[in-house]
Write a protein that binds this ligand. Structure first.
Ligand code: HEC
Length: 195
């Protein structure tokens, strides 16, 4: 590229470019040829480089787009969100027709220590939504999955997202064991059946 500073001006004459190099007047003719060849090559190289850069840039973005679409297409097929059961191991939890009184009492106790600072059993919202009717809105599997591990579901469930926007608080994981969750769910169920 050191030839660039030598070119003082270029004249277009006789259908040709003439390179005038004021510092090397003597070598003008040879220099002109030299410069022409250099310029021609540089142009070629530049064109090739630009084409290559454009090609790789386009190629990459196309490839990225492909990756994204395949990734996006793969995620729902493997862990598609089912609003009827949420995310977690429970798929077929069925509410008892007649909730077990011991379980209900146990559930009430656990809810008292872990949940009722934020939830009322009426329709009224405290920090989180009131529990009245929750076993009609939600399936047993959804409740079991949510109560034992709320985080991934808050990220996915559209209704939880809406509640989060309303409550402005994200329900924390209360470290509820499976047996405790079952007791709470039966307590909620009993609440919906009796009131
Ligand atoms: C710090 C407050 C807080 C505590 C404690 C809490 N929650 Fe929540 N809960 C929320 C909020 C807020 C929501 C709404 C969703 C969100 O924003 O994450 C919610 C949503 C829910 C829902 C969904 C209600 C619906 O109408 O769909 C259930 C069920 C629930 N909580 C059960 C429980 C249980 C069971 C416990 C106790 C083990 C508990 N929560 C403890 C704040 C709390």
């Amino acid at each position: 590229m050191s030839i660039i500073p030598y070119i003082q001006y270029i004249k277009y004459y006789n259908n040709k470019n003439y390179f005038y190099d004021l510092n090397h007047k003597i070598a003008f003719k040879e220099f002109r040829i030299f410069v022409s060849i250099k310029c021609y090559m540089m142009k070629k190289i530049l064109t090739l480089l630009t084409a290559f850069a454009l090609f790789t840039a386009c190629g990459n973005s196309e490839q990225n787009a492909d990756d994204n679409t395949t990734a996006a297409a793969e995620i729902p097929s493997t862990e598609e969100y089912d609003p009827n059961r949420g995310l977690g191991p429970h798929t077929d939890y069925v509410y008892a027709d007649q909730p077990d009184a011991t379980l209900v009492a146990e559930g009430e106790k656990i809810a008292g220590s872990k949940c009722k600072s934020c939830h009322k059993i009426t329709e009224e919202r405290l920090v989180g939504p009131g529990w009245k009717g929750v076993t009609q809105r939600r399936t047993g599997s959804w409740l079991m999955n949510f109560i034992t591990n709320p985080d991934p579901m808050i990220d996915k469930d559209p209704e939880l997202q809406a509640q989060l926007e309303l409550c402005l608080v994200r329900m924390p994981n209360q470290n509820v064991a499976e047996a405790q969750a079952k007791a709470i769910v039966e307590y909620m169920r009993n609440n919906d059946l009796t009131q």
